[in-house]
Each structure stands twice: as C-alpha cells, then as structure tokens.
Design a protein around this ligand. Sequence first.
Ligand code: E4P
Length: 218
Amino acid sequence: MKFFVDTADTAEIKALAASGLLDGVTTNPSLIAKSGRKITEVIAEICGIVEGPVSAEVAGTEYDQIMREAAVLRAIAPNVCVKLPLTPDGLRACKTLTGEGTQTNVTLCFSAAQALIAAKAGATFISPFVGRLDDIGQDGMELIADIVEIYDNYPALTTEVLVASVRNPIHVIAAAKIGAHVATLPPAVLRMLYHHPLTDKGLAAFLKDWAGTGQTIA
Ligand code: E4P
C-alpha cells in the first residue's frame, strides 16, 4: 500500500519524507489556505521534496477554467497530479488531461457510481472520503470495498483507489485489508502508525538490561 501525506505544510513533508515511507502528497484548497502561501510556490516546493505524485487541486468548476488552471499547475513539475472535482466538467477535464499524459486525481467521491465514471474518464486516482461519510453515519470503508470490487471486475480500468479523509490508524488497516492502492494520511495519523505501548515498554527494558552489561557496539 502506498502512503501519501495530506498536507501543504512543507516542514511536515520534509520530516516525513526522511522516514522513507512517503510515496506522494495530496493537498486541497483548504490545506493551501491553511499554509497561507501561494499555491504555485507551495506545490513547487513540495515537488522538490517528494518524487511521487503531488496532487494540486483546481478551483475552477467550468471546463475551460479548469483546463486553464490545470495548465498552470502541471507546468510546475512533472510529478504534479491535477486534482479535479467529481462533476461533469471535472470528469471531462480528467479525460482530456489523461489523454495528454497528465496524472489526475478525482476528488470528493462519495459513491461507487461516481468512482465508476471517474475510472471511465481515465482518472489516475479516485479519492473516496471515508471520514466524511463516517461523520454522517455511513460506513466509509464499505464504499472502499465496493470500489475495489468493481475495479477488480474490469482489469482495463487502471484507476488506483486513494483512500482520503482518513482519521485514524483503524481506517488505514481496514483499507489495506480491502486492498486499496493508496491512503492519504494527515501527518499525525502517519506518525500514529509507529506506536504501540508494548514497543515502548519492551525497548525500555532492553536498554536497561543492555546498560547493565557495560558494552558498546560501535
Ligand atoms: C484528500 O485528498 C483530501 O484532501 C482530504 O483527505 C480530506 O480530508 P478531510 O475530510 O479530513 O478534510
């Protein structure tokens, strides 16, 4: 399973990239707003840190405007993945951009039917939002299972399932068990994956015993 980090905070991205676990980055207009920076500058900096896909989202909603914004975003770096809304104009742009060899991430997916048409439009990634579905009392992970099952029925569909709106490690493990290709994680959730109290307890005991030997290894 690939891990993307869902943030526009370049200090966080640098720190997480050093872990060797990072396969890409996703941003959205809210995260860019939170960074307080110009989208072209922040995306350029992220693309210099991470080799994998870096999702940069258009703000236009009408085809011509989406395409104008996509031209600016994809010119920033070869690893920019243009993020598009799951609307008729967004999917039309997806089809065009994919045909031109640009990576695309279709966002704000909340149903299997939406995921199916995004794949038919040639999306590189489909982003179903599990946390936001859970928030309204629907099981977000059921949607992931449905999309993976549907895509598996049609090997010609190459779209990867990018689990978004992830809120905790339980989401990550459930998505991995289903076989989703990618999860995009807030930095705090990515860090949580390391932790187990028995690891901390065990390490403390090993280090105490080791200190008692008076040895050094290097
Ligand atoms: C995905 O690409 C989105 O940026 C993100 O996962 C949305 O998460 P949220 O529901 O926590 O805002």
